[in-house]
Design a protein. Structure first.
Lengths: 660, 306
């Protein structure tokens, strides 16, 4: 357990050390510290994951915190594993990527400092068992990530996005503080274990508390409708940080929900249905909006929302299994959800890293300006393709395995003898297929438009991938994507002990129900690969001695084609967006000269986020009107503010001494 | 062994079914039409030719045809045959079945975008748009039969789906109709798409493969035909009664498949291709039919009438 603290300390030390070295050494120094941290973290984390059991370390603080426990159980270990590896990969990636910002010495110092702070706080967060310690770490994580998002604070849009992020995080934290204080007021302790009776008593209070926790943690995770910060913050942050936030940090929200669920033990049935429904909506809404985006990173941010939805569906199925006392369904749901946490970390990080390579070479994130990058960036292109296939949930790669487990849980639920379960299962089953089909649309768009075809605009300089530090993290993750995809039973070994925590005791042989299926899939997929190779080989053999002519693309006889005639991402998505125009409203501005033969014309299209329009804007307007009533307090005179502070202190003194 | 033989017969039959459709259309129009085996002649001829490949394309373009054919063959091993069952079966195998076909679709769409042709981009865009509707409805169909049979693999579902009880004929009619729409959509036939009109802006699948030639084109056409055949097999699976012994069951199975393709030809002769903007409505019919089937099932299974 102490190893974990050393690891967190090393991350932080790396950040501090990076301040004091010269600019070129900052990234390597941070990387060295991050790599050293792995030796401490990975040993203890992997041992806990594979061996089960838990490590506890009590730390004594002064009042009001008192004794605080740090505990590493398999659930915490899983998230610590993802965190630790995620930080290491981002530190490698930053070596190459942050060269873009050379010359901004102070900014780079703050980048590594807050990266280290965020890494350390995330690592310890998952072990904290004391509400105050947890909240302190939670806030350190939020605030340090805020500074990372605000890295390019010279740009107005970045300032706006980071403030939006900051406020969203504080609103979420407010819900958490409310929920935690309620729990500790009832239980009389700040220790998580003491909350169990409060949360698990099936009264309306326990449901309300769960909802508060869900809103608080769900804001971090990005459940709809609390998701609006993601599509702002992710594009604004430097790419390594976007990958870390999307791949790792938003999962702390999932971690929080799971931690509370462990305390609840058997949830109320309404909560199970509620989580399943919200997650399904999150998944569908996320990918639907993603399809309409033009900015690559914004699109990926919406996909994070979709994947949080899929993770949530797994958790929802698991909860249903617990409610209806069916350990098998519960196992499949939690296995699918937790595996998707890991999987999403792998492919989303690669996608963000890939978009960073594209951005660093072309200086644009706009999909419609790109094209033909596969020829310039072959390795990035292949890894981006594999990640796209994996995030779509297609077989051979890891996304399929986690979605398959969730599907299986839903199919099992179809045999239930309760109508509500059957209906929920069918809705989830077809809903997940809908999400998958939309993801297919979205990633054929991203990959097809950006990497295939011809460049739509001329690149300022020829894009290249000479910077190998950008590719190494992607390569490592691509390896994991393929390993889990082809050998799904590996995932069971990794997650067995975590899933067991959620199941009733004594069901350890339940994994025997899924392992043979995974082995069959593994064999069947290798068969598929063999058949494919056979036909690919046959094709090569047939063409060996024949004429294979290179010619231009068949353009139906039109002779003056140019690369600008290619289909764009916007036009590719248009038929679908028209179908769902009620859910993803599009605003289109057309400008052209009102003459007979207009020379210059422009067209712009934006999608609008409904939850922003119908939930947040009205809510903020209402809040503003209410707060306006207090505007007289803010006079702008410093003396008056000091007076306020003084009055407050006097009251505090009276309260402290008066009560005694 | 019997399974192996029947699957081998199925592997060679898809092009015959394509010939059958064309023959039906020809006869309907009062022409003599091309020979039934014409698609085989085309196939062999294409395999013997060289290729013209666009300079714009990359490795994706070369992968797509082989991946298509492999995916369709893989799907065939999962799909069950009456009495005989399937070669590969496990819990939830239909998910892999649907997803491996999606994998082929993903790569085919990318191959279309790989050429940089705006025509092919257009077809690709339509293909993925419509597949969001079809895919969802297909999972409702699977969910309905899984609910009906309380089984969780293709093999076992179709082993018991035809043990008749009072309300199942109605459900089956709805599901068959739903699968037939899927056949038309995935096979890019009228009214969703018209495979005979090359170079039209209105096309979907055929326009995506404009740049293919030689063995690659042969692969793609065979793969598409096999995919149609597989959906037709699913339809037949729903209809062949479980009490038959092997040979009559297989006879009936073959007959139903032939009838399905004759109906495809008949549909093509009777109605015109829909306007692009009307196609989603037609595809939503598949969703409606399958949802209705599910609702009827839920109603009967969970005691609307006690």
């Amino acid at each position: 357990m102490v190893d974990l603290f050393i690891g967190a300390g090393l991350f932080l030390a790396g950040g501090v050390a990076a301040i004091f070295v010269n600019e070129r050494l900052k990234a390597p120094v941070f990387f060295l510290f991050a790599a050293a941290a792995q030796f401490f973290v990975l040993t203890v984390v992997v041992a806990t994951l594979t061996g089960g059991g838990q490590l506890v370390l009590p730390v004594y603080f002064s009042e009001p915190i008192g004794a605080a426990f740090f505990r590493l159980d398999p659930l915490a270990a899983l998230f610590a594993l993802v965190t630790s590896i995620g930080v290491l990969l981002t530190s490698i990636y930053s070596i190459g990527y942050m060269k873009m910002y050379s010359g901004e010495h102070a900014e780079l110092s703050s980048y590594y400092f807050f990266l280290g702070l965020m890494a350390g706080s995330m690592l310890l967060l998952v072990t904290a068992q004391n509400a105050i310690v947890f909240m302190v770490l939670w806030e350190i994580m939020s605030i340090s990530s805020f500074f990372l998002v605000a890295f390019e604070n010279g740009k107005e849009e970045v300032r706006k996005a980071s403030l939006y992020y900051f406020i969203a995080m504080q609103v979420g934290a407010a819900f958490l503080i409310a929920a935690f204080s309620w729990c500790s007021a009832v239980s009389g302790s700040l220790d998580f274990d003491s909350f169990a009776p409060v949360l698990g008593n099936y009264g309306s209070v326990s449901i309300l508390l769960f909802v508060l926790f869900f809103i608080g943690f769900g804001t971090k995770a990005g459940f709809v409708p609390m998701h609006t910060w993601l599509p702002r913050a992710h594009p604004a942050a430097p790419t390594g940080v976007s990958a870390l936030m999307s791949g790792v940090m938003i999962k702390t929200g999932i971690y929080g929900i799971l931690r509370i669920l462990l305390l609840v033990k058997i949830p109320d049935y309404r909560l199970a249905y509620g989580i399943l429904l919200i997650s399904l909506i999150t998944g569908i809404y996320g990918v639907m909006n993603a399809i309409g985006q033009h900015d690559m990173k914004r699109l990926l941010a919406y996909h994070s929302i979709e994947n949080i939805g899929i993770i949530g569906m797994g958790i929802g199925v698991g909860m249903l299994g617990l409610v209806y006392n069916n350990p098998l369904i519960a196992m499949l749901g939690f296995l699918g959800g937790l595996l998707h946490v890991v999987n999403h970390f792998t492919f989303k990080s690669v996608l963000f890293y890939g978009s960073g390579v594209v951005y660093s070479q072309t200086h644009t994130r706009s999909i419609d300006r790109l094209g033909g990058l596969g020829k310039y960036l072959p390795l990035t292109s292949v890894m981006f393709l594999i990640a796209s296939l994996a995030i779509t949930g297609l077989p051979l790669f890891n996304g399929f395995v986690s979605e398959f487990a969730i599907y299986l849980g839903l199919v099992r639920s179809l045999s239930s003898n309760s109508l509500s379960v059957v209906v929920a299962a069918l809705v989830g089953f077809s809903g997940l297929a809908f999400i998958g089909a939309m993801a297919l649309l979205c990633f054929t768009k991203v990959y097809g438009i950006c990497f295939l075809g011809l460049p739509r605009t001329e690149y300022r300089s020829e894009p290249n991938e000479k910077e190998s530090t950008l590719l190494v993290p992607m390569g490592i993750l691509t390896f994991f994507m393929m390993a889990i995809g082809l050998l799904p039973w590996l995932a069971v070994l990794l997650l067995k002990n975590v899933v067991m925590q959620f199941l009733p005791t004594g069901s350890s042989d339940i994994f025997q129900a899924i392992l043979p299926t995974f082995r069959t899939i593994s064999i069947a997929l290798s068969g598929f690969a063999a058949v494919f190779l056979f036909f690919f080989g046959l094709r090569a053999l047939l063409l060996r001695k024949r004429k294979v002519e290179a010619f231009k693309t068949w353009d139906c006889g039109y002779q003056v084609g140019s690369s600008r005639l290619q289909y764009t991402g916007s036009s590719f998505a248009q038929p679908f967006l028209q179908l769902v125009s009620e859910l993803v409203p599009q605003r289109i501005h057309v400008e052209k000269d009102p003459v007979l033969f207009p020379r210059d014309a422009s067209l712009e299209s934006h999608t609008q986020d409904l939850s922003e329009r119908f939930i947040f804007r009205p809510a903020i307007r209402l809040l503003n009107r209410f707060l306006d009533a207090f505007s007289w307090i803010q006079s702008g005179r410093m003396q008056q503010y000091i007076l306020y502070g003084l009055i407050f202190l006097v009251f505090l003194l009276i309260w402290v001494f008066g009560v005694r | 062994m019997a399974l192996l033989i029947v699957e081998a017969v199925i592997v060679v039959s898809p092009l015959f079914f394509m010939g059958l459709i064309n023959k039906v259309k020809a006869l309907w129009a009062g022409r003599k039409g091309a020979p039934l085996l014409q698609p085989y002649y085309d196939f062999i001829k294409l395999l013997g030719k060289g290729e013209v490949v666009s300079r714009t394309t990359s490795f994706v373009f070369k992968l797509a045809p082989s991946l298509n054919i492999a995916a369709a063959l893989f799907a065939l091993t999962i799909v069950p045959l009456p009495i005989l069952g399937s070669a590969v079966h496990f819990e939830g195998d239909f998910v892999l079945f649907a997803y491996i076909l999606s994998l082929a679709k993903f790569i085919t769409v990318l191959a279309a975008l790989d050429t940089g042709s705006s025509f092919e981009g257009m077809g690709a865009s339509r293909e993925v748009t419509y597949s969001t509707i079809v895919e969802t409805a297909f999972f409702i169909v699977i969910g309905s039969v899984a609910l009906l049979t309380h089984r969780d693999s293709f093999d076992t579902i179709f082993a018991v789906v035809n043990v008749a009880s009072g309300y199942t004929p109605l459900v089956k009619i709805l599901l068959v109709a739903s699968l037939f729409i899927m056949l038309l959509a995935e096979g890019s036939r009228v009214p969703v798409d018209d495979p005979t009109t090359h170079l039209e802006l209105t096309m979907i699948h055929e326009v995506m493969i404009l740049d293919y030639s030689g063995p690659d084109l042969a692969y793609i056409q065979y793969g598409a035909a096999l995919k149609m055949t597989i959906i037709s097999i699913l339809i037949a699976d729903l209809l062949v009664p479980a009490y038959l012994v092997l040979l009559p069951a297989l006879g009936l199975f073959a007959l139903i498949n032939i009838l399905v393709f004759i109906s495809v030809g008949a549909v093509e002769s009777l109605i015109a291709r829909s306007r692009i903007s009307h196609i989603p409505q037609f595809l939503f019919l598949m969703t409606t039919l399958s949802l209705t089937a599910f609702a009827i099932l839920a109603f009967f299974l969970f005691g609307g009438v006690r």
